[in-house]
Design a protein around this ligand. Structure first.
Ligand code: PAF
Length: 285
């Protein structure tokens, strides 16, 4: 931690968080917000640094949201490290860490769900039923509690970012959504809290995701317009145990493409051992 970094103030309840935000707004301050599930890595720090540039006050939330995990997913073993997270948050100049309990976010009787229909249908929406309803609902709730002016998300969760952008427009939330490019390890692996699950041998195989995506992007840049050819080339380069999806989609609507004739994105979700990783690259038309 740089010597100038002071620890963020930790707020534990929605009531405290909203009261703090109202006071900041009353002072005319702009609030930047980075929602996370903790286990912060360099990708999160980049989001926080962008938030620091864009807001007078920088709020981070740390909440492992149970409703976005399926019954056989990794909720119980999801990495948790509050002291480490607070140190990283401090190094990025975070003012407030909002760390609520599930019972605060989902009080007794909670029964409202937000669904972003079309954007949540394919890709992860298909393989993780209910996941994006969980994400959209908790993000909307966190926005209501924190009342940010701007919120920063990573493009690694490309479908999530598209859904959050849609949600904010559809519900007239008036929050600026900023998407930042995926932060990668020097060897190309996309930063993810789930990388912590990988054994050294699995991590080596995980590199095949970014390698396959980059090769596909190069092939499209060299003039290949047939989406099937680009996807199958990428598939052949994957050294994974199971592919959930590998799809080349319209970057705006996330519908699959036959021809690469508009801005596109190639997205992958695959298992290496028990660990499910996602990654994507933008592919120009
Ligand atoms: O990207 C994440 O970490 C989560 O999906 C989010 C946006 C914090 C909602 O729980």
């Amino acid at each position: 931690m740089p010597p100038f970094a002071t620890a963020p103030q930790v707020l534990r309840t929605s009531a405290e968080m909203t009261a703090w935000s109202r006071a900041a707004h009353a002072r005319g301050e702009r609030i930047a917000f980075v929602p996370t599930m903790g286990a912060l890595h360099a990708g999160h720090v980049a989001l926080l640094e962008e938030g620091r540039r864009r807001g007078d006050q920088l709020v981070l939330s740390i909440f492992v949201n149970p409703t976005q995990f399926g019954p056989n997913e990794d909720l119980a073993r999801y990495p948790r490290d509050l002291p480490g997270d607070l140190a990283r948050a401090a190094s990025a100049g975070t003012d407030i860490a909002f760390v609520p309990e599930p019972a605060d976010v989902y009080p007794p009787g909670f029964q409202t769900t937000i669904e972003v229909r079309d954007l949540a249908r394919g890709l992860d929406g298909l393989f993780r039923p209910g996941h994006f309803a969980g994400v959209a609902t908790v993000v909307a709730k966190l926005f209501n509690i924190v009342q940010p002016d701007v919120s920063i998300f990573g493009q690694k969760d490309f479908q999530q970012l598209a859904i959050v952008r849609r949600l904010v427009v559809d519900l007239a939330m008036g929050i600026e959504i900023v998407g930042l490019p995926t932060v990668r390890e020097p060897d190309g692996l996309a930063m993810s809290s789930r990388n912590a699950y990988l054994s050294p041998a699995e991590r080596t195989r995980a590199l095949s995701l970014s390698r396959a995506l980059f090769a596909a992007r190069d092939r499209a840049a060299a003039g290949e317009r047939d989406a099937h050819a680009v996807v199958e080339g990428a598939r052949a380069a994957l050294e994974v145990d199971r592919v959930d999806y590998l799809e080349l989609c319209d970057a705006a609507t996330l519908t699959p493409l036959v021809q690469i004739d508009r801005p596109a994105v190639l997205l992958v979700a695959a298992f290496i051992g028990r660990t499910r990783l996602i990654d994507n690259v933008l592919i120009g038309a």
